[in-house]
Design a protein around this ligand. Structure first.
Ligand code: AN7
Length: 407
C-alpha cells in the first residue's frame, strides 16, 4: 500500500503463458512463465457480457478491462476513425480504407491506452518506482502517466536512437533517463533485470495488464463500423497487434460480433524478425541482432511478444509484410499530402504496405480495412523535415511580393 490506499481487484482472470500455455493466478508481479520464460496473456475466465458501454475513451470499456481500480487517466482513446479514399486510390487498393488515428492520444501514440491501465495498477499496488525500456513512445507515455500518478520513473533508452519529440516529452515530464549503448533489445534486457533484482515495476508490453488497455482499439472500431475485413498494424514488439486481436476475440466471445478480421502485421525490412519467419513458413521468430530502420519506433530485433503476435496473424488468416524505409517515408508523405494525416515513420508503415497487399490479391473491392496509424508526425521532427518541399526566401517585403507573382 502506498500513502493513499486505492481499492484493487483483478478478479475473474488468469495469467496464461503465451508460449507453453501454463496457467497461473493473476499475480501482478509475475511477468514471465516460471516453466518456460514466456510472457502472459490476461485471460477472462468467462466471457463478459456487457450491459452497454458508457463514458468515453479507454474506460468506456471498463467492464472488459480486468483491472478494477480508480484510474490514472487523461481520457485517452476515443481516437478518430478517418476514411482515406485518396490514399486507397493512389495505392491501387479497391477496398474501402480507414485510418485509426492513434496520434490523437494525449501523448501522441497508442501507448496511452495501455499506460492508463498499467499505471493505474501500479498506483493501486503502491509502487514507488517504475521502469520502461523504449524506442520512444512508451517512454513519452510512461513519463506522462507516472507523473500524473506521482510514481518515479526510470527510462532505459537506446543511446542516440530515440526521435527528438519523444525524448523531449520524456525530459519534460520529469523521467530519469538511462541511455544505454546498443538498441532497444539491449535496453529491454536491462529493464527485465531491474525488475528481478531491484523490484522496479515494468511498464513495457511484457506487462500483460498494459495490453488490456490497448485492446480497446478493437472495441472502438467495432462500435463505429462493425468488423472490418482487415486490420493493418505496424509491428515492433508485437504487443499492439496481439492486443487488438484479443479485443476482437473478446467481442466474439461476448456474442457481440459473429466474424473476425484478418490481422496484417507490417515490419520494416531491416527489423523484420516476424515477417521474415512468416515468409519462410516458420513458427518461431528469426531474431535479429542489429535491426536497422528509419522508423526508429519499430527498430526491434527480438520482439518479446513474438508468440502472441504470430498467433494473432496465423489464427486470423492474416499475413506479415515487410516494407522498405523508402516505402515508409513515401507513405508518410502520402498520408500527409493526400489525407492531411500526420504520422511518424513507424506510424505510416501500415499505409506503406498497401500496394504490396493489393499485389497479393488482398484488400479487394467490397472489402474494408482499418490501418492503425500508431504515432503522430510531431514525434519525429527530423523525419518530417526530410520531405521534399519548396521554400522560398526573400530579403525584403518587396522581394517577397515579387516572388509570389512569379508563381
Ligand atoms: C509508433 O515505444 O516499442 O508491436 O518502446 O511507437 O506493440 O511494439 C514502440 C512501438 C508501432 C510497435 N508504432 O508496437 C516503444 C515501442 C509506433 C510505436 C510500434 C511502436 P508493438
Amino acid at each position: 500500500m502506498g500513502l493513499v490506499g486505492y481499492r484493487l481487484s483483478l478478479d475473474g482472470v488468469i495469467l496464461r503463458c503465451s508460449v507453453c500455455g501454463a496457467a497461473y493466478e493473476p499475480d501482478p508481479w509475475l511477468f514471465f512463465c516460471p516453466r518456460c520464460g514466456g510472457v502472459f496473456d490476461v485471460v477472462l475466465e468467462e466471457p463478459r457480457v456487457t450491459r452497454g458501454f458508457r463514458g468515453r475513451g479507454v474506460w468506456r470499456y471498463s467492464e472488459l478491462i480486468p483491472v478494477k481500480t480508480q484510474p490514472v487517466t487523461m481520457n485517452e482513446g476515443g481516437t478518430p476513425l478517418i476514411p482515406v479514399p485518396r490514399l486507397a486510390e493512389e495505392s491501387g487498393v479497391g477496398a474501402e480504407l480507414y485510418v485509426k488515428y492513434e496520434g490523437a492520444n494525449p501523448t501522441g501514440s497508442f501507448k496511452d491506452r495501455g499506460m492508463t491501465v498499467a499505471v493505474s495498477l501500479a498506483r493501486a499496488l503502491g509502487v514507488r518506482r517504475a521502469a520502461a525500456a523504449s524506442t520512444g513512445n512508451t517512454a513519452a507515455s510512461a513519463a506522462a502517466y507516472t507523473a500524473r500518478a506521482g510514481i518515479g520513473l526510470t527510462l532505459v533508452l537506446p543511446a542516440g536512437k530515440v526521435a527528438k519529440g519523444k525524448l523531449g516529452q520524456s525530459i519534460l515530464h520529469g523521467a530519469r533517463i538511462l541511455e544505454v549503448e546498443g538498441g532497444f533489445d539491449e535496453a529491454l534486457s536491462v529493464v527485465v533485470e531491474s525488475v528481478k533484482r531491484y523490484g522496479y515495476y515494468p511498464l513495457n508490453s511484457f506487462n500483460a495488464w498494459r495490453l488490456e488497455g490497448q485492446k480497446t482499439i478493437a472495441f472502438e472500431v467495432y462500435e463505429e463500423i462493425g468488423v472490418p475485413d482487415y486490420v493493418i498494424v505496424p509491428v515492433g514488439n508485437g504487443g499492439n497487434i496481439s492486443a487488438i486481436w484479443k479485443g476482437f476475440k473478446e467481442l466474439l466471445e461476448a456474442g457481440l460480433i459473429d466474424k473476425l478480421p484478418r490481422m496484417i502485421g507490417v515490419q520494416a525490412a531491416g527489423a523484420a524478425p516476424l515477417a521474415d519467419a512468416f515468409l519462410q513458413g516458420l513458427d518461431h521468430p528469426l531474431f535479429k541482432d542489429h535491426p536497422e530502420t528509419r522508423a526508429t519506433a519499430i527498430r526491434i530485433g527480438k520482439p518479446i511478444n513474438w508468440a502472441k503476435a504470430m498467433r494473432a496473424v496465423r489464427e486470423s488468416g492474416g499475413v506479415f509484410v515487410k516494407v522498405s524505409d523508402e516505402e515508409i517515408m513515401k507513405a508518410q508523405r502520402m498520408l500527409a499530402r493526400l489525407e492531411g494525416i500526420g504520422a511518424e515513420p513507424a506510424g505510416a508503415a501500415g499505409a506503406a504496405a498497401l500496394a504490396r497487399l493489393a499485389a497479393q490479391g488482398l484488400l479487394e473491392k467490397g472489402e474494408r480495412a482499418v490501418i492503425v496509424v500508431t504515432g503522430h508526425a510531431l514525434k519525429d521532427p527530423e523525419a518530417m523535415m526530410e520531405a521534399p518541399t519548396e521554400t522560398l526566401h526573400a530579403g525584403s517585403v518587396e522581394e517577397a511580393v515579387k516572388l509570389l507573382g512569379l508563381h
